[in-house]
Ligand binder design. Sequence first.
Ligand code: ATR
Length: 284
Amino acid sequence: MTTKVGLIGWPVEHSVSPAMHNAAFGALGLDWRYHLLPTPATELEAAVMTLRRGEWAGANITVPHKEAVIPLLDSVSPAALIIGAVNTLLTRDGALVGDNTDAEGFLADLTEAGFSPAGRGALVLGAGGAARAIVYALVQAKCTVTIHNRTPARALALAAHISRDVDVSTVQAVPHGVPLQELDLGAFELVVNTTSVGMWPHKEESAWPEDCALPAHLTVYDLVYNPAETRLLRQARSAGLRAIGGLGMLVHQGALAFERWTGQVPPLPVMGQAARGALTVSRG
Ligand code: ATR
């Protein structure tokens, strides 16, 4: 019997995960299949129940269910609890376990790109769901983190939440009214965009103001992966900075889920190539 995994979210039809995982199953000769499970909020509980049937090994969870799924599970990993979001479900002896591979996937990609986070200063743009995983990851990796957000109260709340749960004093929020132009950028080595600014179809927008010079010592990481080359990455490259797009994190978080489900070493190059191919197709 073919083992199933799937993606629970709404909408899910533009996801690159089926291409990425099915290519990996094929490369390893596994009789597994990744399915799209489009699930409106009213059907989340039923979709989770479906996973309790024998042929399912787990699932990915995406927008808008990453938080709402938590009470429907038997247990949740410490990282997913602190981040407050589950992106990967595993079935273990009939129980459903929630996990989060976003933080680990981000750190894996950042390190692969040649940036060692320990002891560095990081400026995180945004304070939404994506920011929670990134701030958690950076704090775990011993970065000093500053959060800047359009709505400063959310940045403050995120800093307070992470400080409380991981017991560190290395995370702070930029206070109300202080624009990016007024920050001392010498305090940072890394800027991470976790906002949706610049995402297709708004690809001419950037989370970084044009009138704010990017010092050449910075590394810029944009979580946006569609388009692959965002305006922010172009700004960074033209200022001579190291610039990293979000596709690598997407592939690594998927690879970590693949490893948790199958127990096999994920074929990263195969997954990366499939994800890039699927993105090109989905953008026509
Ligand atoms: P996600 O789960 O993808 O992070 P989210 O929780 O809606 O989505 O958060 C989106 C983030 O992008 C927030 O930090 C949001 O800022 P606000 O908290 O002020 O809403 C940020 N964001 C979205 N559009 C933005 C824009 N046009 N300019 C600046 N920040 C923006």
